[in-house]
Design a protein around this ligand. Sequence first.
Ligand code: PAF
Length: 294
Amino acid sequence: MIPVLIAEVISENMEVIETIPQMVDWTRQTPRSLGLVPTMGALHQGHLSLVEKARSENVSLAVTIFVNPTQFSESEDLSSYPRDIEADLEILKNAQVDAVFVPEVTEMYPGGYDTWVDVGDIAGKLEGEWRAEHFRGVATIVTKLFGIIRPDFAYFGQKDGQQTVVLNQIVRDLHLGVDLVICPTIRDENGLALSSRNKYLTLAQQSDAGVIYRSLVAGKTKWEKGEKRAVVIRDTVERVLMESDLITEIDYISVADLDGLNEVRLIGGDAMLSVAVRIGSVRLIDNVILSLST
Ligand code: PAF
């Protein structure tokens, strides 16, 4: 529940909506095109870049803030996931957002809720091997948000590379009628991809964590110089990661095609070079696209 005082201040310029019927009403009345930026809050510059792009491309703009429990496994950080609704609303107001949807968990998943969007093969790969139910939760909540808000365009970051592939698949398979706009990863000055989970790192770890991006750049540079063997690219990434004392575990280094996220042996077309690593108990992901057209 949004504290009344905050809601009053904010609502001068921006509607803060907590229930589905009110959000549906807003959606029906709002001029088009309508852009949507779905988030789990704890907003940072990465989210803001999506909001700014969406703002510049649409007549109306809605943002959702919902820490979606169904995309967390039991061992994950649902209860400690960073939340700062007051700061988030201030950021969104300054960014000229028209409406923010901030439902409670019981609004989105009332008692008896039991419909799920199960994406096939691609959801079980990469992140799916470590977080079994994750993409089912993401696909379900995004489909629900699209149903409630019916945006023309929805904005997501390339940082969550597999998520973008999964969402493209559900939009295609379920005819959701939304254009997905995938925006570049925003990084800090050391190259660390911005993520709400970076808050779990100490400042020293944050600056050393630039090694993740450096490892990807080393792999990409090798590929740009003509190396097509995925195994060599992966080894290059691994060597850079291993040089750092910071990385305690490498969950995967992958070179996969962009359609099915199948591991490739020889890089022929566009591919995603991605990693998941751990710094102590903090798990971080990042990726770069190997594309001849960029
Ligand atoms: O990328 C995220 O923050 C979440 O996975 C999303 C798309 C908002 C769904 O909860």
